[in-house]
Design a protein around this ligand. Structure first.
Ligand code: HEM
Length: 501
């Protein structure tokens, strides 16, 4: 009896001992992993398992970075989940990372969460030869389908008419412009990739955009805390409930929507007359390929199309929402833009890109909106392709890099009044002034692929809206520039009045 009791006690004790040893071992392994390599950039002390999670404000991550930069300098390191991250700040260091040493920082990190959603196909999350081929092909196909040509401008002008009609229908009553703007912007990328625009009241289109919107919001939620856990314990998290499951489900629906469009294209595809991006891609897939052509397959087609849709809708639409907000908050700036539109374009014709050179003030306002709204505040992360030296620090291969765009767009050595909405940043003697620190699209080899498209859309849509309407806060409402950190940094939902001019 006593022997039995002793043996049970011993078993329980040994289990505890084993557990204590196991935990101690895990903590030690974690600690060892977190010891900074020699000559690695400084940063706050990471906690066991949590790293620097508790040091970060996930709702305002760019503010946390600003605080760290003040304490540790323009290059510092963090432990995020189980990965080491180096954050680079200020124009000179960000340019050194993205441009002068661009080749060393050209990859994207492959994290389990992104891999689950985006896979490593397509444009945004791919690396190596696959990325190079998809990017080159997408750029040349966008050009073939009108980028930089009159035909694309005409599509944007046509869409501006639909947009201004939809806003006119609000009759000067307070409304949230989110969906009208989203509809218009995504129609441009739809017509390039799918070959057609959708009617704003088309139920399939509405379903697609709502699904997309919900996914963008949830995605940002999970990219912060849940995402960190997912990236550390992917196998476990896959089986646990949480918002990540809704995001996976939504992406599944978005993928099957695009798959359906690809199937439809295959049915009436005529290789000698490609109508859009998907047709052009099918042509590329059909080419008898040697080894280097192997990356043109259906998964890459699906993900490149989704990436163009994803990157091309959310960003430009968010910027236009900021633009309307700022013009309503600063009526004197709006009046100056209207005066310039009236003298250069008038009311009877639509704005075009040829007008931009004669409209320095409007151009400066669009640039200043992009600067101050900093919608991709921390850029899209990069990863070192090999052991590298940056600013005298040693950065091992595989380190995640964050070239902080907000630190450049608000760099106090570059901008006269970084925290003030001031179109004067882009004006000199009444003429438009280019600024080196204007990097909302990032820079270097992975610079935004849609920069030219976005700039064309922003100028034409914005000018067309201010030409037709005066935007104002509803009676007794004070509009605010408070933001929400989603996939982009966007204004909190607001209502505004559009009075016809
Ligand atoms: C105001 C609008 C936009 C802003 C501020 C913006 C910003 C950015 C930024 C900061 C990056 C990351 C670049 C880097 O890693 O260094 C990026 C990448 C990208 N953007 Fe944009 N973007 C905008 C509009 C668009 C549009 C309209 C398209 C669609 C054609 C687009 C397609 C892409 C793609 C495909 C990438 C990934 C490029 C790669 O990894 O090679 N973007 N964008």
């Amino acid at each position: 009896m006593l022997l039995q009791l002793l043996s049970v006690l011993w078993e329980a004790l040994s289990l505890q001992v084993v557990l204590v040893f196991l935990v101690a071992f895990l903590l030690f392994a974690d600690y060892k992993k977190k010891i900074r390599p020699r000559d690695f950039p400084p940063g706050p002390m990471p906690l066991p398992l949590l790293g620097n999670m508790l040091n970060m404000d996930f709702k305002k991550p760019h503010f946390s970075m600003q605080k760290f930069a003040k304490k540790y300098g323009n290059i510092f390191s963090l432990q995020v989940g189980n990965r080491r991250v180096v954050v680079v700040n200020g124009l000179q260091l960000v340019k050194e990372t993205l441009v002068h040493q661009g080749e060393n920082f050209v990859d994207r990190p492959v994290l389990p969460l992104d891999k689950e959603i985006f896979t490593s196909f397509g444009l945004i999350f791919s690396n190596g030869l696959s990325w190079k081929q998809q990017r080159r092909f997408a750029l040349s196909t966008l050009r073939n389908f009108g980028l930089g040509k009159r035909s694309l401008e005409e599509r944007i002008q046509e869409e501006s008419r639909y947009l201004t009609d939809a806003i006119e229908a609000e009759n000067g009553q307070p409304f949230n412009p989110h969906f009208q703007i989203n509809n218009a912007v995504s129609n441009i990328i739809c017509s390039i990739t799918f070959g057609d625009r959708f009617d704003y009241y088309d139920s399939r289109f509405q379903m697609l955009l709502h699904l997309f919107d919900e996914t963008m919001y949830l995605q940002a939620t999970i990219w912060s805390r849940v995402g960190l856990l997912y990236n550390i314990f992917p196998t476990l998290m896959k089986h646990l409930p949480g918002p990540h499951n809704t995001v996976f489900k939504n992406w599944g629906k978005l993928k099957s929507f695009v798959r359906g469009i690809i199937e439809k294209h295959k049915e009436d595809w005529n290789p000698s007359e490609p109508r859009d991006f998907i047709d052009a891609y099918l042509n590329e897939m059909a080419k008898v390929g040697d080894e280097t052509d192997k990356h043109f397959h259906e998964e890459n087609l699906l993900h490149s199309t989704l990436d163009l849709f994803f990157a091309g809708t959310e960003t430009t639409s968010t910027t236009l929402r900021w633009a309307l907000l700022y013009t309503a908050i600063y009526p004197e700036i709006q009046a100056k833009v209207q005066a310039e539109i009236d003298s250069v374009i008038g009311q009877s014709r639509q704005p075009s890109m040829d007008d931009r050179d004669r409209m320095p003030y409007t151009n400066a306002v669009v640039h200043e909106v992009q600067r101050i709204s900093s919608i991709v505040p921390l850029n899209v992360p990069r990863m070192t392709t090999k052991d590298t030296t940056l600013a005298g620090f040693h950065i091992p291969k595989g380190t995640i890099m964050v070239p902080n765009l907000t630190s450049v767009l608000f760099d106090k050595d570059e901008w006269e009044t970084p925290n003030v909405f001031n179109p004067g940043h882009f004006l000199e003697n009444g003429q438009f002034r280019k600024r080196e620190a204007f990097l909302p699209f990032s820079a270097g080899k992975r610079v935004c692929l849609g920069e030219q498209l976005a700039r064309t859309e922003l100028f034409i849509f914005f000018t067309a809206l201010i030409q037709k309407f005066t935007f104002q806060a509803p009676k007794n409402v004070t509009l605010s520039c408070e933001f929400r950190m989603g996939v982009t940094l966007s204004p909190l939902p607001y209502r505004i009045c559009a009075f016809s001019r």
